[in-house]
Design a protein. Structure first.
Length: 162
């Protein structure tokens, strides 16, 4: 049972790396307005047949300065986005699982964490009454690190980008 928890945590970490883009929440606004932009009171509008047609082209918004040309911008870990398979060794056995990394965040079942732009990984998870922390480093297509559980057991993990 104790060997299962590190495996679950690793699986969660790896599954976070492979989350589909549709699973990532989006926010923001496209702008514009909805509804009637005619501001006159009903029945008080003058005949507009003699007025020139309004231009369909709107003024071009000023271009916002870019803070970084690096993929992943300010979120960190952008180049590590995707699904990762993780194998952990320790606490009585070897386990494997998957996580997804998206915009510097590690997402998986029972595990969360972060990945910096340089590849430094930090994770936290819980399951079966124990918690764990993990740390390590990702490179272009692989990574490795270690984990420690709240019951004192620990081990190592390796990962491969899918």
């Amino acid at each position: 049972m104790r060997a299962i928890i590190p495996a679950i945590a690793l699986t969660v970490f790896l599954s976070a790396v492979g989350a589909p883009p549709s699973a990532v929440a989006q926010s923001g606004s496209a702008g514009g307005s909805i509804g009637n932009d005619e501001k006159s009171l009903s029945g008080s509008r003058s005949d507009r047949s003699a007025e020139p047609a309004p231009s369909a082209r709107r003024s071009k918004p000023a271009e916002e300065p870019r803070s970084s040309s690096r993929r992943g911008g300010g979120g960190g870990g952008g180049s590590f986005d995707g699904a990762w398979m993780v194998v952990s060794v320790g606490c009585g056995g070897t386990t494997s699982g998957a996580v997804v990394v998206s915009s510097g965040k590690v997402i998986g079942q029972g595990v969360t964490g972060t990945v910096s732009a340089s590849g430094a990984v930090s994770t936290f998870g819980q399951g079966d009454g124990v918690t764990f922390t993990g740390s390590g480093r990702l490179a272009a297509r692989s990574g490795s690190g270690s984990f420690r559980r709240s019951d004192g057991c620990g081990g190592t993990w390796t990962s491969t980008k899918q």
